[in-house]
Design a protein around this ligand. Structure first.
Ligand SMILES: O=C(O)COc1ccc(-c2c[nH]c(CNC(=O)Nc3ncc(Sc4ccccn4)s3)n2)cc1
Length: 316
C-alpha cells in the first residue's frame, strides 16, 4: 500500500523532522533525509544569505529530498521566501501563522507547501489555498502551540480535508506513530525526539535537560502575548510566569524577556535564563540516537503494532 506522504515528498519513511528554530540546521536535516525521512532546515533564525548557505550545505550532505521550515513570525520571512524560490527548494513547511500572503509566490515557483495548523479552520483554509498536506500539531508539542491536543485535533482535521494529514505533538515512538495513523494521519512530524539526535547541533546542556525531563517538566508561557510557547520549566519560565501574572507588567517587557531566549539556550547553552522549548513527550526521550536509529526504530515498532509493510525497515 502506497503512503501518500511518501509519494508526495519522494521519501522512504513517513517521518518528518520538525523545523525547530535555532536548532534545525543543514546537518540535522541532511541526516534525517539520508535516513529516509524528510529533513527540514529552520529558516527562522537566518536572514536570506544565511539560509542560502544552509540550503547549499544540505545539498553537499545529501542527495535526498529535504525542505525548509518558514516560521511566519520571523523578521526575515520575506527574504526566506525569496531564497527558497530562487534555490529551487522542493518543499516548505510553514508555522506560527497564516501563510496566505506567501502561497501564490511559493506555489507559482513550483514549491510544495505543507502548512502546520493548530485548528480545523486553518486546515480547511490552507487546503483551499493549495497546500499539498497539513501538519496537525497538537498543544503537546514544543515551542509555539495552539490549544487543541493531538488526540482531538488530528481526527477532526482528517475529517475536514482531502489532502494528507501529518500528526505532530507528543509523538516519539512506534506507539505514537501507530496512534496517529489510527486517528487518520499518514505520517508523523517529530521535534523533541530529533532534538536529542546525535546529529543535532543544539547545545549539550539543552540536550541533557531534555534527556532528564519527566512528563510534567514543561510549561506554556506567553498566552497573554498571543503566542503561547511550550518549554522546559526553569528559572526563566518561573520569572516569566510571575511577571505575566503581575498585571502591572507591560507586554513589551515580556516580549523583551522572550526574544533571544531560545538562542541563549540552543546556542549558548544557558538553560537557566534561556528558553528550552520542548514537547511534553520529553519524558519518553531518554537516549541520544542517530537519525537512522530514530527512524528505523519508530517505523519498525509501528510496523509491529500495525503490520503495515511499507513501515518495515531493515535494522540500520
Ligand atoms: O489562524 C491564524 O492566523 C494562524 O494561527 C496559527 C496558530 C498557531 C499555529 C501553529 C501552532 N504550531 C505551529 C508550528 N509550530 C511552531 O511554529 N513552533 C515554533 N516554536 C518556536 C518558534 S519561534 C517563536 C515563535 C513565537 C514566539 C517565540 N518564538 S515557532 N504553528 C499556526 C497558525
Amino acid at each position: 500500500e502506497k503512503n501518500p506522504v511518501c509519494e508526495l515528498l519522494g521519501i522512504k519513511y513517513p517521518v518528518i523532522q520538525g523545523g525547530m528554530a535555532w536548532i534545525a540546521d543543514a546537518r540535522l536535516a541532511a541526516a534525517v533525509s539520508n535516513a529516509g525521512g524528510l529533513g527540514l532546515i529552520a529558516a527562522m533564525n537566518s536572514n536570506g544569505e544565511q539560509l542560502r548557505e544552509q540550503i547549499i550545505a544540505a545539498r553537499k550532505l545529501t542527495d535526498k529530498p529535504f525542505g525548509v521550515n518558514l516560521m511566519l513570525m520571523s523578521p526575515y520571512i520575506d527574504q526566506a521566501v525569496d531564497v527558497v524560490c530562487q534555490e529551487g527548494v522542493k518543499v516548505v513547511t510553514t508555522g506560527a501563522g497564516n501563510p496566505a500572503k506567501y502561497m501564490d509566490k511559493l506555489l507559482s515557483s513550483g514549491v510544495k507547501v505543507i502548512c502546520v495548523v493548530a485548528s480545523v479552520a486553518l486546515a480547511v483554509m490552507v487546503e483551499r489555498m493549495g497546500a499539498s498536506a497539513v501538519v496537525a500539531e497538537g498543544c503537546e508539542s514544543g515551542g509555539h502551540v495552539g490549544e487543541t491536543t493531538t488526540m482531538a485535533l488530528v481526527p477532526q482535521v482528517a475529517d475536514a480535508v482531502n489532502i494528507p494529514v501529518i500528526a505532530a505533538g507528543g509523538i516519539a515512538d512506534g506507539r505514537g506513530m501507530a496512534a496517529a495513523f489510527m486517528l487518520g494521519a499518514s505520517a508523523v512530524q517529530m521535534g523533541t525526539r530529533f532534538l536529542t539526535a546525535k546529529e543535532c547541533s543544539v547545545h549539550q546542556n539543552y540536550k541533557d535537560k531534555v534527556l532528564k525531563a519527566k512528563d510534567r517538566d514543561t510549561i506554556v508561557t506567553g498566552k497573554s502575548l498571543g503566542h503561547p510557547v511550550r518549554a522546559l520549566k526553569n528559572h526563566m519560565t518561573r520569572e516569566f510566569m510571575e511577571k505575566e501574572n503581575d498585571s502591572s507588567t507591560a507586554p513589551s517587557e515580556l516580549e523583551k524577556m522572550g526574544s533571544g531566549a531560545l538562542r541563549r539556550a540552543a546556542i549558548e547553552g544557558d538553560v537557566r535564563n534561556g528558553s528550552c522549548m520542548c514537547g511534553q513527550i520529553a519524558g519518553l526521550v531518554n537516549s541520544e540516537d542517530t537519525c537512522q536509529e530514530i527512524i528505523t526504530g519508530i517505523c519498525n515498532d509501528a510496523y509491529e503494532l500495525m503490520g503495515i509493510n511499507s513501515l518495515k525497515v531493515k535494522p540500520a
